[in-house]
Ligand binder design. Structure first.
Ligand code: 6PG
Length: 238
């Protein structure tokens, strides 16, 4: 596991954007396309905006296939939608190929949305899909994507996408599962802010007990990118 600690939230967003650019160039040079699963929540917004602004001309937008590592069970125009966040911050502002933007049909019943999403991923990438880049965050309870502590999704070994009921949020979510996440070529956690310092310490230095600790690519790189505030409880921080 690679650990990168950046001085600030802004440096974190820039480092993540640079990684995205490099990964896109490598993938397109190798196979003419780049597949990426965008993460939800608020952390990645600054990176999305950088990609659409300062890095815009360095990115092979038409060759990129966009997926989401998870999605809320809301319509795509809902304030909580991870698709809406990425679309407003980035996708609507750059020359993507519209048919390459594979959002979750989260306006449908959750189980249908999960099944359809899995079908799309398999149709687009193959039966044992290996995404070039998967972006993830971590919640203060140690969840990642929408795999929450105690969730039955933790034991999923067959399906690539699931629709768990998240009791603490009183809602369904649609999420990539560990078999898909752990097949990624490059899996990057982006974590920012002092409120994440405790969980970062527990996840990176404590015993195995959180969903985020189950993300261990079987044949890919795992990178944790933190800003100084999120890293401040680590024994190894700067
Ligand atoms: C989601 C996410 C989730 C997120 C973490 C961190 O849909 O909420 O995918 O796993 O990455 O909760 O969220 P923040 O970046 O908002 O702290």
């Amino acid at each position: 596991m690679n650990l990168r600690i950046l001085p600030s939230k802004e440096h974190l967003a820039r480092a993540a954007a640079e990684h995205f650019v490099q990964a896109s160039h490598n993938a397109v040079a190798q196979k003419g396309s780049f597949t990426v699963a965008l993460s939800g929540g608020s952390t990645p917004k600054a990176m999305y905006e950088l990609l659409a602004d300062q890095f815009r001309d360095q990115i092979p937008w038409p060759n990129i296939h966009f997926y989401w590592s998870d999605e809320r069970h809301v319509p795509p125009d809902h304030p909580d939608s991870n698709y809406r966040l990425a679309n407003e911050a980035m996708l609507s502002r750059v020359p993507v190929t519209p048919s390459n933007v594979h959002r979750v049909f989260s306006e449908n019943p959750a189980a249908d949305a999960a099944r359809d999403y899995e079908d799309t991923i398999k149709k687009q990438i193959g039966a044992n899909p290996r995404l070039d880049l998967i972006l993830l965050g971590v919640g203060t309870d140690g969840h990642t994507a929408s795999i929450f502590p105690g969730s039955e999704v933790l034991n999923e070994t067959e399906h690539l996408v699931a629709a768990p009921w998240v009791a603490k949020l009183n809602t369904y979510r649609i999420t990539m599962t560990l078999p898909l996440l752990n097949n990624g070529a490059s899996v990057v956690f982006l974590v920012s802010g002092a409120d994440k310092a405790e969980i970062v310490k527990e996840v990176l230095e404590g015993p195995q007990k959180y969903p985020a600790q189950m993300v261990k690519p079987t044949n890919g790189e795992l990178i944790w990118m933190l800003d100084q505030a999120a890293a401040k409880e680590l024994r190894r921080s700067l």
